[in-house]
Write a protein that binds this ligand. Structure first.
Ligand SMILES: NC(=O)c1ccc[n+]([C@@H]2O[C@H](COP(=O)([O-])OP(=O)(O)OC[C@H]3O[C@@H](n4cnc5c(N)ncnc54)[C@H](OP(=O)(O)O)[C@@H]3O)[C@@H](O)[C@H]2O)c1
Length: 268
């Protein structure tokens, strides 16, 4: 499905990357909110173009001033996981006091989802492999399940929402641990579009999946505020110099990273 959007045979946009943080080099004459020298961060979504020294975004795009006291490397990785987590978790409705399970909690979306669900007032159970346990605990999960030791679907605990942050689970497998009236929140998979249609009409547990996601500038401002309040921090696994973009992409494609991988552009 994503090939239909990003290019059938090869990427339509040759410069990949949808997150950035940096300094404004120049602003157009009609721009009022930003000027040269401002420190900003944001997300270009499917326009990509961020694996580069320079990128160009409209003033009304998903761009905001950098969070106070944060560096470029940390802030560059702040938006993609968090925007996706905000979009998906909001579909579930109010989460205050509810139990939420995040599956694939060690990835970019997963580590953000644990924190966003906590901000929404949920009690969070995070499921990840053994190498992710430390990071997922550090970002505030109330309970962490190592899937190599325990199957959360055999557990007695029930959840208002199960969020599959890494696209490896299925509604059929998770259904039994979702409370009646609860939701299954996937991040991908065409079958989930069909299941969303079906479960919204039949049954008492709903698959909530909407494409395309609608990320807004207000969400980027919210991410800045959450970072300044200490409620959200992107987890960084590795930082590569931009010259090593091929090696960085290979590492990301192995689907083994904990949180995010950053490409750094040095001043020199
Ligand atoms: N709908 C959208 O708009 C949208 C936007 C962006 C991304 N996505 C999708 O969302 C998914 C997650 O993206 P991401 O960047 O957050 O992923 P990611 O960071 O690459 O995920 C890596 C993490 O997933 C864990 N993992 C791998 N296989 C797993 C499994 N079978 N069970 C549980 N955990 C597993 C890995 O640790 P272990 O191997 O130790 O478990 C690793 O920590 C991707 O499928 C992506 O295509 C959707």
């Amino acid at each position: 499905m994503s090939r239909l959007v990003s290019g059938i045979r090869r990427p339509r946009q040759r410069i990949l990357g949808s997150e950035f943080a940096g300094e404004v080099e120049a602003a157009g004459p009609a721009v009022t909110r930003f000027g040269a020298g401002d420190r900003v961060f944001g997300n270009t979504g499917l326009a990509f173009g961020c694996h580069a020294e320079f990128t160009c975004v409209p003033e009304a795009a998903r761009v905001a001033p950098m969070p106070e006291g944060m560096g470029f490397e940390e802030t560059a990785a702040a938006t993609d996981g968090a925007l996706n987590a905000l979009w998906c978790l909001r579909l579930a409705g109010p989460l205050k006091g509810r139990r939420v399970l995040v599956y694939g909690a060690s990835g970019a979306i997963g580590t953000a989802a644990v924190q966003v669900a906590k901000v929404f007032g949920a009690k969070v159970t995070a499921v990840c492999g053994p190498k992710g346990v430390e990071a997922v605990t550090a970002v505030g999960a109330d309970r962490v399940i190592d899937y190599t030791k325990e199957d959360f679907t055999s557990d007695r605990e029930r959840y208002f929402s199960v969020f599959d942050a890494v696209g490896k689970e299925s509604f059929a497998h998770c259904r039994g641990v979702i409370e009646p009236g609860g939701t299954y929140l996937p991040t991908g998979g065409p079958r989930n579009l069909l299941l969303g249609f079906w479960t919204s009409r039949f049954g008492d547990r709903t698959v909530m999946f909407k494409l395309p996601p609608r990320y807004t500038q207000q969400d980027v401002v919210l991410i800045k505020e959450l970072m300044e309040a200490g409620s959200y921090r992107p987890v960084i696994d590795r930082v590569y110099p931009i010259e090593d973009v091929v090696e960085a992409a290979r590492y990301v494609e192995a689907q083994q990273k904990i949180g995010n991988v950053v490409l750094a552009v040095s001043d020199g």
